[in-house]
Design a protein around this ligand. Structure first.
Ligand SMILES: *Cc1c(COP(=O)(O)O)cnc(C)c1O
Length: 378
């Protein structure tokens, strides 16, 4: 994209101001590596914030998902249930470990995993004599999944949950932070996420040993001997002390960013109240979204398509984006088993992510809302 200075991005990085201070400290101490005060500090701060016992800071959310599957012993021949309405980074790690994804569709309120489809899938798999090794549960756009129903079911069948909370840092379900519900949870600090380290991720769990094992795998799985001795294949997935410095600065403004993201959603909703064709994903009682991206759907039967709206916004120098294209539609995953009622297909056909930067001003939001309103009302 070639952008004008006034171009409004979908979700740009938003620094707090103290990031450079932590980076400077790393330089002063000459800890320009994958260990040091920032990595330890960032892990401790994330653990304290999310209320889990242990955290491993890693190079990406994708790496964290990969290590979560390895830590749970998922291996070739295993199946893993996964939300079909997600980004490809949720499903690819299932293939990295040689397992097979089984895709489960969404329900229309939260857009996340449908408990009924999950129940059908579990029952069917049990009948066939093989339960999944894990459930990859995605909290899309920051909205919590229906955790109570889902956890009740997975506990009944003895299937551990990996929470893909890459988009949902700071979101809450009945007051408790997402990422802390599953056997393991994953966050991403990619450039467009609610806070960023430029690129990075974290694996969290109350099981300290699982995290220690993941951290060991993330550092080439070196056996406890003076020389380089290896019995297990490891990876080079550890976060650097420099990027962790950005993360520490960002942790200081996380709550502020959540408030700003939520304000973006509320402001659009207010400004566009008169556009009846727009539907807003509201939070059920007990659900608290970080509103990472403000997404809307266009009423069924409306002639304006999300793509037409996206092009209108682009012409006005504003970036919007289609919702995630479901995994069961991707050429890469089309052959996978699938359970559900195609709710995600309908959401994809009617949805759009609006510019959602936490740094958008009131006048930016009004400009965007004006373009949207004119697209509908002329
Ligand atoms: C961003 C994202 C990831 C991957 O995180 P990276 O840090 O970019 O590797 C995984 N799952 C979902 C749902 C995401 O949005």
């Amino acid at each position: 994209m070639s952008q004008t200075p006034d171009f409004i991005y979908l979700s740009p990085p938003h620094m707090g101001g103290r990031e450079q201070h932590y980076i400077q400290q790393a330089f002063e101490q000459n800890w320009i590596t994958t260990a040091g005060a920032n990595v330890n500090g960032f892990e401790q701060e994330l653990a304290a914030y999310t209320g889990v016992s242990a955290v491993a800071a890693l190079v990406s959310g994708t790496a964290a998902l990969h290590l979560a599957l390895l830590a749970l012993g998922v291996a070739p021949g295993d199946e893993v249930f996964c939300s079909t309405f997600t980004f490809v980074a949720s499903t690819n790690p299932i293939r990295y470990v040689g397992a097979t994804p089984v895709l489960i569709d969404s329900e229309p309120t939260t857009w996340n995993l449908c408990p009924t489809a999950l129940e059908d899938a579990l029952r069917d798999r049990q009948k066939k004599g093989k339960l999944p090794k894990a459930l990859m549960l995605v909290h899309l756009y920051g909205m919590p999944s229906r955790l109570q129903e889902i956890q009740e079911m997975t506990q009944r069948y003895g299937v551990p949950i990996i929470e893909d909370a890459a988009e949902a840092l700071g979101s809450r379900y009945n007051g408790r932070l997402l990422g802390s519900f599953g056997k393991m949870g994953v966050f991403s600090f990619n450039g467009n996420k609610i806070i960023t380290t430029s690129g990075g991720g974290a694996l969290v769990s109350d099981d300290v040993e699982l995290i220690e094992q993941a951290r060991w795998l993330a550092m080439q799985a070196k056996d406890n001997l003076p020389h380089y001795h290896h019995t297990t294949m490891g990876y080079n997935y550890r976060m650097s002390n420099i990027t962790a410095g950005i993360g520490r600065g960002q942790m200081e403004v996380l709550e502020e960013r959540i408030q700003q993201k939520r304000k973006v959603f509320d402001t659009y909703r207010q400004l566009l109240e008169d556009v009846e064709e727009l539907e807003w994903p509201l939070e059920p009682e007990g659900f608290h979204s970080n509103r990472w991206l403000t997404c809307v759907t266009i009423q069924k039967g409306c002639l304006l398509t999300p793509e037409a709206l996206r092009l209108r916004l682009l012409a006005a120098h504003m970036e919007s984006r289609p919702l995630w294209y479901p995994m069961h539609r991707q050429p890469l995953y089309r052959g996978c088993d699938y359970y559900g009622n195609h709710v995600s297909d309908d959401l994809f056909a009617r949805g759009l992510c609006l510019p959602s930067g936490s740094n958008l001003t009131a006048s930016d939001l009004e400009r965007v809302a004006d373009v949207v309103r004119k697209a509908f009302l002329g």
